[in-house]
Design a protein around this ligand. Structure first.
Ligand code: C2O
Ligand code: CU
Length: 615
């Protein structure tokens, strides 16, 4: 089996090789050598991890070693880190991988066997820490696996009825191109679960039956992005779906008496403290609210409208999911609130998979005609961000968020999506007949202060012949109305941070507190418009998601939001130090709703708050 997580880039490497070689040579070269250090190949090299590495990355992100040499890792930080190759070997495991405990030194295994070239590496616990190990001269015979796309993309079965029944059960599903199938917790036997397609205004009832192993406990399903009553929202601690029982959720697909706009929603488990685990095991599916018929709007449809759920997992050699939650942090009471202790307590609780799946399959390919396609992109990963590009630089025309069309289509060469974020894009494959284009994720644009995107191939498009294409791309899109006017006063500031202490444990916090389902953190009145502000005082990125309503983004760091953030939105990237302001009118429903970070470990470990809409 071939499994890959990355693409190596050769072109920009040369400059890196030269300066890294000089740097490392001075560092470890013999002290009394009169010859210029840069002229000498570097036999052994050192990767240094300094204090604050989760923020600052590796102190030596570029390291060069001569073939057959040795690489030592010195960890001066107070946290454990790993040096893990991005590239996998033939066994599907990283080519090198070493955990370096706080304050210790370790040797990277297998370096002497590496072929000459560049080997990207990262820290599994803190994936924004990344570097490149360059092997120069005659190295060993180990080459990374090249991307290969061996299985076709599968689009999950579609359900279109007004009454839908989905049985949650354990099933064997195909994830890898060969070897055993993977045992997952599924909605109705597939991962992702069936894609539900309904027109706005078509009331829809979905009954979820819990036939999962009893030990999995009660479940709660949230239709992410949709507007419905609180008892149908997938509450974290109430209205649960107990083992052996079922619950029917009622989704009218209306807002304020009108049909919901065309949207790309998704449904997933939302059980308190178990959301990351339950999603990892497979409880995820897509839900498309189709566009109302609009004269002049002819977007690609049918087989040319493809939902793509990108999500990552880690697998054992027998294709079974690893269990990153088996030794998770322990919850402790702390002044009536919760905190977490143990080696994976916040901020060391990032669940990152090493294998990327699209619609549940690793490295799939899709045959396309040389025409326009509508791709609905969803990142349902627990933690990682993807900055999506096409390998030939072909742009995406972004026409919508997951929450409706944008007022104007916007051309993008890369689309950054964090957990739960969606983008509705058109790709025109004309002119690419006979070519294979790779959808890949590349490190995000410089200027990002928070966590970077993964570097990995995602899937392949095999472009066939031209075909009849009647789609049209209007410059102005029939996008949903945004709330206006908006108050100038901020009704609520939500501050995302990290709190706790060594004695009592740590927690991800909103306004200094960990989630308490009994505590109401804000009250908003039905029918009013509120302006909310998010702030991030921690040193990592968060993705803020609000239930109940769709929002208008007013400001990002005091400025007008970028063009792709000018439609309705429910999940925002929030960099360290950033401030985002949003507004919405509270309509239709009173009761309890959630605001939380959609990095699922953060959500499970405190970063959630409750707001109530009052009559
Ligand atoms: Cu997608 Cu509160 O979740
Ligand atoms: Cu977060």
């Amino acid at each position: 089996m071939r499994r890959f997580v990355a693409h190596r880039r050769w072109a920009p490497a040369v400059a890196v090789v030269l300066c890294a070689a000089a740097f490392v040579a001075y560092d470890v070269g013999p002290a009394h050598d009169a010859r210029p250090a840069w002229a000498e190949p570097v036999r052994n090299a050192t990767i240094v991890i300094d204090q604050g590495a989760t923020r600052k990355g590796f102190a030596t992100p570029e390291v060069t070693v001569s073939g057959g040499g040795e690489v030592t890792v010195v960890n001066l930080d107070s946290m454990d880190h790993t040096v893990t190759s991005v590239a996998d070997g033939p066994d599907g495991l990283p080519v090198f991988d070493v955990r370096v405990k706080a304050g210790t030194t370790a040797t990277v295994p297998g370096v002497a066997a590496l072929a000459a070239g560049e080997w990207a590496f990262y820290c599994k616990f803190h994936p924004s820490m990344r570097g490149v190990l360059t092997v120069v001269g005659g190295g060993g015979g180990v080459e990374p696996e090249r991307p290969s796309f061996e299985q076709p993309l599968v689009v999950p079965p579609t359900k279109r009825g007004a009454d839908i029944r989905l049985v949650m059960r354990r099933s064997l599903v195909r994830t890898m191109p060969d070897g055993p199938r993977t045992s997952m917790w599924t909605y109705d036997g597939t991962y992702p679960g069936p894609t539900i397609r309904r027109r706005g205004g078509q009331g829809t009832k979905v009954t979820f039956v819990n036939r999962l192993p009893r030990a999995a406990g009660s479940m709660s399903t949230h239709l992410h992005g949709d507007h419905h009553e609180p008892q149908h929202d997938g509450q974290p601690t109430t209205h649960l779906i107990r083992p052996g029982r079922s619950r029917t959720y009622d989704y009218p697909l209306t807002v304020d008496g009108r049909p919901e706009p065309g949207s790309f929603f998704w449904y997933h488990d939302h059980r308190m403290d178990r959301t990351a685990r339950n999603n990892w095991r497979g409880l995820q599916g897509m839900f498309i609210v189709t566009d109302p018929p609009t004269p002049g709007l002819r977007l690609p449809t049918g087989a040319r409208d493809v939902p793509l759920m990108i999500s990552e997992r880690s697998f054992r050699a027998d294709n079974q999911l690893t269990d990153p939650f088996a030794h998770g942090p322990r919850m402790v009471g702390h002044h009536g609130e919760m905190a977490w202790v143990g080696p994976h307590a916040p901020p060391d609780d990032a669940t990152v998979g090493d294998t990327v799946l699209v619609n549940g399959r690793h490295a799939p390919y899709l045959g396309v005609s040389a025409t326009r396609y509508r791709l609905r992109l969803l990142n349902s990963s627990p933690f990682s961000s993807y900055n999506l590009t096409l390998s030939d630089g072909r742009p995406f025309l972004q026409i919508g968020t997951g929450s409706g069309l944008l007022p104007r289509a916007t051309v993008r060469t890369s689309v950054l999506l964090g957990p739960a974020q969606r983008a509705d894009v058109i790709v025109d494959f004309s002119g690419a007949t006979g070519r294979r284009l790779v959808l890949e994720s590349v490190p995000a644009a410089p200027g990002l202060t928070g966590d970077d995107a993964r570097e990995t191939a995602v899937m392949e498009f095999r472009v066939g012949a031209r075909a009849r294409d009647t789609s049209r791309l209007p410059a102005r899109l029939p996008s949903p109305k945004l709330v206006s006017p908006v108050p100038t006063r901020v009704a609520r500031t939500w501050t995302f941070g990290l709190d706790g202490n060594d004695r009592h444990g740590t927690f991800w916090s909103i306004n200094g507190r960990a989630f308490d389902p009994e505590r109401v953190d804000h009250r908003a009145r039905l029918g009013t418009v509120e302006r909310w502000r998010f702030r991030n005082t921690s040193d990592v990125t968060h993705y803020v998601h609000i239930h109940a309503q769709q929002w208008r983004t007013l400001r990002r760091d005091g400025k007008a939001p970028p063009p792709w953030e000018r439609g309705l939105e429910d999940t925002w990237r929030l960099e360290p130090g950033e401030e985002v302001e949003v507004a919405a009118r509270f309509t239709d429903y009173t009761g309890a709703f959630m605001i939380h970070c959609h990095m699922l470990d953060h959500e499970d470990h405190g970063m959630m708050a409750r707001f109530d809409v009052m009559p």
